[in-house]
Design a protein around this ligand. Structure first.
Ligand code: ACO
Length: 342
């Protein structure tokens, strides 16, 4: 491994010198585009309001017979093919999602069947928009401990299935999609250097879908009162998002003893252009370091960072050896930041 201009906080953690790298990424978005002009026809909103307040111009919407597990399986197939990994080599599948195909079984099990990964263990992880970063951290533990050799981490959502299309406060923000990463030990790289995660359950009510769980089991009443739709207090979420993502990112950079100027590409959760600009500004990052694709897809929650990471790699914005900063924020509240030597 070449001499690094950063500290690897995990250098002494890896059992038998193990590191955990992202061997390849892949993503999938549905074909159907829903533009701001389309939304103007169904709710009292405007392209001007949506673009200036969020930066979003369109989002992708899955078809009626296209489910979270389908998007996840397609993203996974691309990542596996790029990594040169066959389905029977996968030891574990983790799917981060807040829109599983159903309450149970886990969407990860449905993906396991769809991609033919018969040997793999499979489970879901729920940390909303921070889900992909949380799942990377969980997955890397299995690689670093030599428990598994190949872990497939997926962020996938069909948010259109829980959005209230009559509520202009939320329906303009979200879209569907999936992104996947293949985790393996790669002797020539440090890979995932550090992941900082956090949560504040005291703010759980700021973003939620209250119906359908043990607190409010599905009933006529929960349906009538819209409890199976996503609810959000946007302004409060906005404030917490900026503070939490900055704190997590600063801690991740500090642990690696690097300055933000050493980061080649910052991949933020694609929720709102104004949140991203505020965080980049507070971190002292230059606009050209920050990767944005929210104008095409909106907020795809757990899929957001994964899709953006894949696009940045395919566009050549990230090369092997570059330092990459991922950061996200979402319901829970949860947040996370990761530094990777790509
Ligand atoms: N079109 C037109 N007007 C609208 C729309 C719309 N689509 N939505 C809201 N408005 C109105 C409101 O009704 C309000 O009107 P009023 O002043 O007459 O009451 C006005 O616009 C301002 O509303 P605010 O909520 O103050 O607007 P704000 O500037 O805060 O932007 C937004 C709202 C975009 C939701 C922003 O707060 C935001 O992005 N918050 C963070 C969301 C986020 O990051 N979520 C991440 C997690 S999601 C998850 O975990 C699943």
């Amino acid at each position: 491994m070449k001499t690094a201009k950063f500290k690897n906080p995990r250098a002494s953690h890896g059992f038998q010198g193990r590191t955990c790298s992202i061997a390849a990424v892949g993503s999938c978005v549905p074909e159907r585009r829903l533009t701001n002009a389309d939304l103007e026809k169904s709710v009292d909103t405007s392209d001007e309001w949506i673009v200036t307040r969020t930066g979003i111009r369109e989002r992708r919407i899955a078809g009626p017979q296209e489910y979270t597990s389908d998007l996840a399986a397609k993203a996974a197939a691309t990542a596996l093919q790029r990594a040169g990994v066959t389905a029977d080599q996968i030891d574990l599948i983790i799917v981060a999602t807040i829109t599983p195909d159903m309450g149970f079984p886990a969407t990860a099990c449905l993906v396991q069947q769809k991609i033919g990964a018969k040997r793999a263990a499979a489970f879901d992880l729920e940390a909303a928009c921070s889900g992909f970063i949380y799942a990377l951290e969980v997955g890397q533990q299995f690689i670093m401990s030599c428990t598994y050799n190949t872990v497939l981490v997926i962020g996938a959502e069909k948010l259109s299935s829980i959005v209230n299309w009559q509520d202009r406060n939320t329906c303009v923000l979200f879209g569907d999609g999936a992104g996947a990463a293949v985790l393996q030990h790669r002797p020539s790289a440090h890979g995932l250097l550090t992941v900082c995660m956090g949560a504040d359950g005291g703010k759980a009510s700021l973003i939620s879908m209250p119906g359908g769980g043990s607190l409010h089991p599905a009933s006529m009443q929960t349906v009538v009162s819209g409890m199976h739709f996503l609810r959000m207090e946007g302004k409060e979420v906005f404030k917490s998002a900026v503070t939490a993502m900055c704190t997590a990112a600063e801690e991740a950079l500090r642990r690696c003893e690097i300055d933000v100027s050493q980061i080649k590409c910052i991949i933020p959760h694609q929720a709102n252009r104004r949140i991203i600009d505020a965080v980049a500004d507070r971190l002292g990052a230059k606009p050209e370091q920050v990767f944005l694709n929210l104008e095409k897809y909106g907020n795809t929650s757990a899929a957001s960072v994964a899709i953006a990471l894949d696009e940045a790699v395919q566009l050549g914005r990230i090369q092997r050896g570059d330092l990459v900063l991922l950061m996200a924020f979402g319901a829970g509240l949860t947040w996370g930041a990761a530094v990777i030597e790509w």
